[in-house]
Design a protein around this ligand. Structure first.
Ligand code: BDR
Ligand code: CA
Length: 314
């Protein structure tokens, strides 16, 4: 089993990513770190703890990370998409468990140093904690087996016409991680963006099927139902993209997405393109820094995620 760390901002689809990870025998989820994103840090941390307890995995350490972006302030979150409680209004049993007495950065550093094999880091929120890791402990970051990031888009954004939410919420952090990593050894990084997550989506029938699984699967269906209404309202879509679960699924089963090397320039200006990921697949602007997902095996990805959720009947 390969060790995996998840840095997240639960978040409806972050919750589904956590549940996918703990139901996967190929990997061991060795820690969860939180970041302010969809909702504030108190709520994302509480949600991470409660989701793990729900899955019977309160033993997995949770560490609280950055609430504020790397550089600039954040004037809005995504409660209109994820609900005020971050989980689409569903109520999880209150676990009463607490985060460990370490920051997200400290937990990531300690876990990577202690691991007997290289750790895969999956990031499904704004990249603030990961940017701090790159800036403060480049030697530790260099030891990662792989970094899988849900974020960005070759095409249009979802938060603004130009920007996907996770990158928009902290473009300076994303610049540090994706455009100028500056590590002693570059970390193989895969950017799983909207181009593939929009295609990996559940429709109303999929949600009905998921709900009939009972337990954890049906809780996910309820939360995703809320997510679906937001995507209907904001984007006129009748499906709900599985953004974060797809990034996690790719980390667990590499090859679900097809990725190509690219130079990615994150827009850190304060204009209308702030948070845009300019993906240069031809190497015109610079040497490739990361791999960008350009295609996904949709049936396999959906089957993979559904299978894991239904297996976890709770
Ligand atoms: C990303 O933004 C968040 O709202 C979701 O949790 C996901 O990580 C999709 O753009
Ligand atoms: Ca997220």
């Amino acid at each position: 089993t390969r060790p995996v760390l998840l840095d997240c901002d639960p978040g409806i689809d972050d919750m589904v990513a956590i549940l996918t990870a703990v139901a996967s025998p190929e990997v061991e989820l060795v820690g969860v770190t939180t970041v302010g994103g969809n909702v504030g840090i108190d709520t994302t941390t509480r949600n991470a703890l409660d989701v793990l307890a729900l899955a019977g995995r309160a033993d997995i350490p949770v560490a609280r990370g950055a609430d504020r972006p790397y550089l600039r302030s954040l004037d809005s979150r995504a409660a209109s998409v994820h609900g005020d409680n971050g989980l689409g209004g569903i109520t999880l049993p209150t676990s009463g468990t607490a985060p460990v007495d370490a920051t997200a950065l400290e937990l990531i550093v300690a876990t990577v140093r202690a691991a007997t094999e290289p750790v895969t880091l999956v990031a499904t929120g704004p990249l603030t904690n990961v940017a701090h890791l790159f800036a403060v402990h480049p030697d530790v970051a260099s030891r990662l087996a792989r970094l899988v990031v849900m974020g960005g888009s070759i095409g249009a954004g979802n938060r603004t016409p130009a920007a996907e939410f996770n990158i928009w919420a902290d473009p300076e952090a994303a610049y540090r991680v994706l455009t100028e990593p500056g590590l002693p050894r570059p970390v193989p990084t895969t950017l799983v963006g909207l181009d593939v997550t929009y295609r990996t989506a559940y429709g109303p029938d999929d949600l009905r099927r998921l709900r009939s699984g009972g337990g954890v699967a049906s809780l996910c269906a309820d939360a995703l139902e809320h997510y679906l209404s937001a995507y209907r309202r904001d984007h006129g879509m009748d499906v709900v993209p599985l953004h974060d679960p797809l990034a996690m699924a790719e980390a667990i089963r590499p090859g679900l997405v097809t990725a190509r090397p690219a130079y990615v320039e994150v827009d850190t200006t304060t204009g209308p393109s702030r948070g845009n990921t300019l993906v240069d697949l031809r190497g015109v602007l610079g040497q490739p820094t990361v791999e960008v997902a350009v295609d996904v095996d949709v049936p396999s990805a959906l089957e993979f995620i559904s299978g894991r959720l239904e297996f976890r009947q709770g």
